[in-house]
Ligand binder design. Structure first.
Ligand code: 5GP
Ligand code: ZN
Length: 112
């Protein structure tokens, strides 16, 4: 499968890691949109939020358990935004489920 994030998980493409465990990898976005911009991805290939189901949803809970730790380690004391773009209308460019953690400044109120 030609998935850039699966290649990052395998180590075939390098990344600046923020956190890793058996379920997920978190790494800094190559094109940050905020002072802190981290992507959290499940190690299992799930194409998007639209591909979450009863069989694979446990990893989503694990990711949301890890997000506060990842945010704290990145110094996000004053809040942060968690975003997942799903499908073409949301401008999802990488078809491997990922959660953007963004912060380190006051983010725009308007989300679209
Ligand atoms: P999307 O638009 O699909 O929600 O977000 C994809 C994100 O992945 C973008 O913010 C983009 O900058 C990031 N990205 C794409 N390719 C790479 C890569 O090879 N390495 C890293 N670290 N980030 C990437
Ligand atoms: Zn993948």
């Amino acid at each position: 499968m030609d998935c850039i994030f699966c290649k990052i998980i395998e180590g075939a493409i390098p990344s600046n890691k923020a956190y890793e465990d058996e379920y997920m990898l978190a790494f800094h976005d190559i094109n940050p949109q905020a002072p802190v911009h981290i992507l959290v991805i499940p190690k299992e290939h799930i194409p998007s939020a639209d591909g979450v189901n009863a069989e694979n949803s446990a990893v989503i809970a694990k990711i949301f358990e890890a997000i506060p730790k990842i945010a704290a380690a990145a110094g996000l004391k004053n809040g942060y935004r968690v975003i997942t773009n799903c499908g073409d209308d949301a401008c999802q460019t990488v078809k491997h489920l990922h959660f953007h953690i963004m912060g380190g400044k006051k983010l725009p109120e308007n989300m679209g």
